[in-house]
Ligand binder design. Structure first.
Ligand code: SF4
Ligand code: SF4
Length: 176
């Protein structure tokens, strides 16, 4: 279980990126004009950052959940799972940013079942992104959200389903 109270932004003992460089592919990094879905031009995939000593602060400060949470085993290392897990420090929502070269990887096991367990335990979805295309994984269903623009945000909602209410997710304008 991911306990938000234990979240830290430093590597757990013994954790090391090793051969993984996936976060240098799946996120926008404006400081080096890197666009989500393509390797940063400074990345040497499987080896590391070609400008390690002078890499942007954004890169220095980033550690994925596999790095900070030692209960996530080897299956969850991003170069094996093919997605990078993070938790929003404000909302505590979980995000999986998937390698577009393996866009269905998150649907495999043990990942999808674990996402559903986290969603059930936390009462919040796991939001899966392939570039900007988002899917909310709930305890018992998925919601295809389409692309999420910079002026949009995600909210929890109740909806009627089969005569009973259930929690689901919708995107709304940022000011709504
Ligand atoms: S995704 Fe995680 S393990 Fe992989 S390089 Fe980035 S911080 Fe390291
Ligand atoms: S500058 Fe280096 S650490 Fe930052 S995204 Fe590019 S390759 Fe990765």
């Amino acid at each position: 279980m991911i306990d938000p109270a234990t979240m830290v932004n430093r590597p757990a003992a013994g954790r090391d990126c090793g051969d993984c460089t996936l976060c240098c592919k799946v996120y926008d990094v404006p400081a080096v004009e890197s666009v989500a879905g393509s390797w940063c031009r400074h990345c040497q995939p499987g080896r590391g950052c070609g400008i390690h000593e002078t890499r942007p602060e954004h890169c220095r400060a980033f550690f994925c959940l596999w790095m900070t949470q030692d209960f996530l085993g080897p299956d969850w290392k991003p170069d094996r799972s093919r997605f990078v897990l993070t938790m929003d420090p404000g909302t505590r929502w979980l995000f999986a940013q998937v390698d577009p070269g393996a866009a269905q990887a998150w649907r495999k096991q043990p990942y999808l079942d674990q996402f559903r367990r986290w969603a059930a335990a936390g009462g919040k979805p796991v939001i899966v992104f392939v570039n900007r295309l988002a899917t909310a994984v709930m305890a018992d269903h998925d919601v295809a959200l389409g692309t999420i623009g910079p002026e949009e945000r995600l909210v929890m909602r109740e909806e009627l389903q089969g005569g009973r209410t259930r929690l689901t997710v919708a995107k709304v304008a940022a000011g709504a």
